[in-house]
Ligand binder design. Structure first.
Ligand code: PAF
Length: 282
């Protein structure tokens, strides 16, 4: 496993591998890796000859300066984990390397990117598309791996891939949860022990809502989730939307779409830490 800080070097290495007929998997990350990322890397290692893991805290997708400053950075531990599970290259560039000049490209895929995270974090998905499209152009992978915890991000990246004609496979990978049910997230490291215990209620309530939904309407289920979580000290729901899993638009009845997903963002604790999760209803 080798750590590569420059675009030229990663391009050269990947090209050489491709000339030898090797397939390339890309796992884009912002570091602070956990078992969720490990599952993406393992899958890429199993499905490709070489795996590039990018570790880059992308400033253009943060609409809150404090969030960017406080984002956990653990490159040494990340490299050890990537090496232990067979990643080939860690692409870890500086901000100057990736953005020698401000990226003025603008990506917009309404209505998929205007709801939920798009509405709450203006500019966020534009920044995600800027960095992901750059990584795609640098690495030109055969497959790219993304976690389903960021359910809307996957839909936006799919739209960007279609728009920009990236013709390779996006591989969505299931959410990895702690034994408690809490969805793994780099942000979990920012939670105090008591906040982590409180945060467990998010997945518990979402899982409970699957049973509740069997005998209640979409509106009743939405209200039940929001009220249950807001009644817990230390939790504050930013949004809970039950949506068509493809268009990400709200549904009003359970038979309105073939696949239905509930997507949530909750503020947890004192600082507070913003946590996201989602659950499938059908
Ligand atoms: O999901 C993430 O960690 C980031 O949004 C991504 C895809 C690595 C882009 O910075």
């Amino acid at each position: 496993m080798k750590v590569i800080p420059t675009i030229n070097e990663i391009k050269t290495l990947v090209r050489a591998a491709r000339e030898e007929g090797k397939t390339v998997g890309l796992v884009p990350t912002m570091g602070a890796l956990h078992e969720g990322h490990a599952s993406l890397i393992r899958r890429s290692v199993a499905e490709n000859d070489i795996t590039v893991v990018s570790v880059f805290v992308n400033p253009t997708q943060f609409n809150d300066k404090n969030d960017l400053t406080n984002y956990p950075r653990t490159l040494e531990a990340d490299c050890a984990l990537i090496e232990s599970i067979g990643g080939t290259y860690v692409f870890a560039p500086t901000v100057e390397e990736v953005y020698p000049e401000p990226d003025t490209r603008s990506f917009s895929y309404p209505p998929i990117d205007t709801v939920m995270e798009g509405a709450c974090r203006p500019g966020h998905f534009n920044g995600v598309c800027q960095i992901v499209s750059k990584l795609f152009m640098m690495v030109e992978p055969d497959r790219a791996y993304f976690g389903e915890k960021d359910f809307q991000q996957i839909a936006v990246i799919r739209a960007m891939m279609k728009d920009q004609r990236f013709n390779f496979e996006l591989v969505p990978c299931p959410i990895v949860r702690e034994a408690s049910g809490l969805a793994l997230s780099s942000r979990n490291t920012l939670l105090a022990d008591n906040e982590r215990e409180i945060a467990v209620n998010i997945s518990r309530t979402l899982i409970g809502s699957q049973a509740y939904a069997l005998s209640h309407s979409v509106n009743e289920t939405t209200e039940w989730v929001v009220n249950t979580l807001n009644a817990i000290d230390g939790l504050d729901v930013e949004y809970y939307e039950i949506v068509d899993a493809i268009t990400l638009q709200k549904v009003t009845s359970w038979d309105e779409a073939e696949h239905i997903q509930g997507c949530i963002t909750v503020f947890c604790g004192e600082k507070p830490i913003r946590l996201i999760d989602n659950i499938n209803y059908k």
